[in-house]
Design a protein around this ligand. Structure first.
Ligand SMILES: NC(=O)c1ccc[n+]([C@@H]2O[C@H](COP(=O)([O-])OP(=O)(O)OC[C@H]3O[C@@H](n4cnc5c(N)ncnc54)[C@H](OP(=O)(O)O)[C@@H]3O)[C@@H](O)[C@H]2O)c1
Length: 268
């Protein structure tokens, strides 16, 4: 497989680095493009093919990952349309808020379009990537799963849930990071140095997530195991709930989903 990543910014580079680190693809099989191409010099030194011309970037590659901001996608698709070959190219968009139908309407019929919503943990092979396609194009979905499975987990979902996937999975990285930061600040107040508090909070968060993922248990089952009657855990937990902990997380996620749905405005 060879890949062109159009829009090698935070996410595009994280995908490229993740694929190479996992040894599933050599850097020479990945072309990276962005307008400020000089910023890709360090990637060039690592062996990636770097290209300032988006058309040239996709001409020799089969899989095209579009990772530009929503406001840029129309320009990019217009540019790429003449060189995208039906039956050959598979176009994977990670762009927030732009549907597969909106993308397909701007490129030649017969070019497979799949949407993928990863998160930045892709660079350490821990992404949660939701995948959707408007048609049941099995080959394109399988190719997309193959790419993103090497850099984390994938879940194929209905396209109408892509905005929800953006809020919970992609924005979710920031929500959980803020939760870890808040925990570490509490740790400092009760006696730890900031670096100690952060290490304890982050490793505890990793342990909590791993308990769910590896034991396949519900969070409340694991919570019941640490909340003894009249104990300190239930006291702290209930205080957090009185202060709106779950409610704040749910309200934040629903607001993110609302805004993600409005990020892209069709130019016509
Ligand atoms: N970051 C995340 O966690 C995340 C997760 C899931 C999905 N997404 C989505 O992924 C997309 C990229 O996000 P990001 O965080 O990586 O943004 P970013 O860091 O701003 O990267 C976007 C890149 O696109 C390049 N670009 C803009 N116009 C271009 C053009 N015409 N041709 C080629 N390259 C162009 C920009 O570089 P130049 O200005 O130099 O061209 C920039 O490097 C967004 O749509 C975002 O919603 C992000």
């Amino acid at each position: 497989m060879d890949i062109a990543i159009i829009g090698a910014g935070n996410l595009g580079m994280a995908i490229a680095n993740g694929l190479v680190k996992s040894e599933s693809l050599a850097a020479k099989n990945i072309t990276l493009s962005r307008r400020t191409v000089s910023l890709l010099n360090p990637m060039k030194e690592m062996g990636f093919v770097v290209e300032g011309d988006n058309r040239k970037a996709v001409e020799t590659r089969e899989v095209v990952i579009i990772a530009v901001e929503p406001q840029q996608i129309d320009i990019v698709l217009e540019e790429l349309s003449p060189v995208l070959k039906p039956g050959h190219h598979i176009l994977i968009s990670v762009v927030t808020g732009v549907t597969a139908a909106q993308i397909s309407s701007r490129i030649p019929d017969g070019v497979s379009v799949v949407r993928a919503m990863p998160n930045t943990a892709i660079s350490i092979h821990e992404s949660m990537t939701c995948i959707a396609s408007e048609s049941s194009n099995d080959k394109a979905i399988e190719v997309t799963k193959t790419i993103f499975n090497v850099v984390g987990k994938t879940l194929v979902i209905e396209e109408e849930l892509m905005t929800a996937a953006t809020a919970l999975g992609a924005c979710g990285i920031a929500f959980f990071l803020r939760a870890i930061r808040a925990a570490s600040q509490g740790g400092i107040e009760i006696g730890f140095h900031s670096y100690e508090a952060l290490e304890i909070a982050a490793q505890t968060a990793r342990g909590a997530a791993t308990l769910l993922l590896e034991m396949d248990n519900h969070p409340e089952f694991e919570i019941d195991r640490v909340t003894t009657p009249r104990g300190c855990t239930i006291a702290g937990l209930n205080r957090m709930e009185h202060e709106g902990f779950s409610s704040a997380m749910i309200k934040g996620i629903t607001l993110s989903a609302d805004i993600a749905a409005k990020l892209y405005r069709e130019s016509e």
